[in-house]
Design a binder for this molecule. Structure first.
Ligand SMILES: [Zn+2]
Length: 118
């Protein structure tokens, strides 16, 4: 889909079959924040084939393996949010390094989604 900025984004890496790609996120929240997505435009998770999910997982695993070599790396947060345009299913891969604040409390804690639920 040509009007999708994520589909048009240049691939930093691709799986061998070309089913998924890794791109730089235009407004990273942390250093190293990138996106892994299918190369075909899909709005919803149920439209992604098992082979495409495997390709997405392969790229996330490769990114995680590279990050493990960096000093201070602790883990990767994996998020698929989809609240904003474009509605292209994509996985945010956000590395956490020593000293970074934990993400969990911002999502699941009293200030996160829980605060908006009754
Ligand atoms: Zn797209």
């Amino acid at each position: 889909m040509t009007d999708c900025r994520l589909c048009r984004a240049e691939a930093l890496d691709q799986d061998p079959k070309g089913l998924a790609k890794r791109i730089a996120f235009p407004t990273p929240v942390f250093e190293g924040h990138q996106v892994v997505m299918t190369t075909a435009h899909h709005d919803r998770a149920e439209d992604v084939s098992p082979e495409e999910w495997q390709a997405v997982g392969t790229l996330i695993g490769a990114m995680n393996a590279r990050l493990r070599q960096e000093p201070g790396f602790e883990r990767c947060y994996l998020l698929a949010i989809g609240d904003a345009d474009p509605h292209q299913l994509h996985m945010h891969v956000v590395p956490r390094f020593e000293g970074d604040p934990p993400l969990g409390p911002h999502i699941f804690g009293a200030e996160g989604w829980v605060a908006g639920r009754s």
